[in-house]
Design a protein around this ligand. Structure first.
Ligand SMILES: CC(C)(COP(=O)(O)OP(=O)(O)OC[C@H]1O[C@@H](n2cnc3c(N)ncnc32)[C@H](O)[C@@H]1OP(=O)(O)O)[C@@H](O)C(=O)NCCC(=O)NCCS
Length: 193
């Protein structure tokens, strides 16, 4: 797949590569155990946060089989309010897994929904992807609400399938197909007429 710089604009947000200017805001929420409680990674110290930004800032969209973490910034000020990740499937072109984190000070403002909507528009409408999926801890209420609210379909409930942060955890898998995305948008445009 061709490498390119990801730059997605929504009404309030810009999804772009992480930059070193994001360090303080990034470190602030990525060092908070409440934020990483249900995530596959742990809290970071400042050095780890800097190394993480340096690594991801040089990764372009198009890399397959690895997570690439992007910044979610306010479009007006360029201030970082969270990050999102896309992992393009190594074996099935047209399939990707996504993840997202919003800083606690910026949660419940619709930012995660807006950012993921922007990613779906990019992957489905521009890149013509076939299937996007997300795996969330079965106790991660806010993520489950977020995915349901975007009309992701729950397609799996894995029971104690992962040894996670010292204990067995359960997970849900959610997915959306391009055909489902297209139907949703058809319904929306019909409603707007
Ligand atoms: C999950 C997370 C990204 C949601 O971010 P957010 O910006 O607060 O979410 P939004 O404001 O866009 O809300 C999206 C929808 O979820 C609902 N929602 C969000 N948190 C909720 C909660 N705790 N309880 C009930 N509903 C919730 C909102 O009401 C909204 O639904 P609606 O539009 O139908 O009203 C955020 O809580 C987070 O970063 N959590 C920690 C990191 C994490 O666990 N990430 C997921 C790993 S995949």
């Amino acid at each position: 797949m061709q490498m390119e710089l990801l730059d997605i604009a929504t009404a309030r947000l810009r999804i772009r590569n992480l930059q070193i200017i994001d360090l303080n805001d990034f470190y602030e929420y990525r060092s908070n155990p409440e934020v990483t409680k249900f995530q596959g990674f742990d809290t970071m110290d400042l050095t780890q946060a800097k190394e993480f930004i340096e690594l991801n800032s040089s990764l372009n969209y198009g890399l397959v089989g690895e997570w690439v973490q992007y910044a979610i910034a306010l479009i007006d000020t360029n201030q970082l309010i969270g990050d999102c990740a896309i992992k393009l499937d190594k074996h099935s072109p047209g399939m990707a897994e996504i993840g997202i984190t919003i800083s606690p000070t910026e949660q419940n403002k619709g930012f995660a929904k807006e950012a993921i909507f922007g990613i779906l528009e990019f992957l489905f409408d521009i890149k013509k992807f076939h299937r996007i999926f997300a795996i969330v801890d079965a106790e991660n209420i806010s993520s489950i609400h977020l995915l349901r609210s975007l009309s992701f379909r729950q397609e799996g409930h894995f029971i104690e399938n992962i040894f996670f942060k010292g204990q067995w955890g359960s997970e849900f898998q959610f997915a959306m197909l391009k055909s489902e995305w297209d139907s949703l948008n058809k319904v929306k445009s019909n409603t707007n007429v």
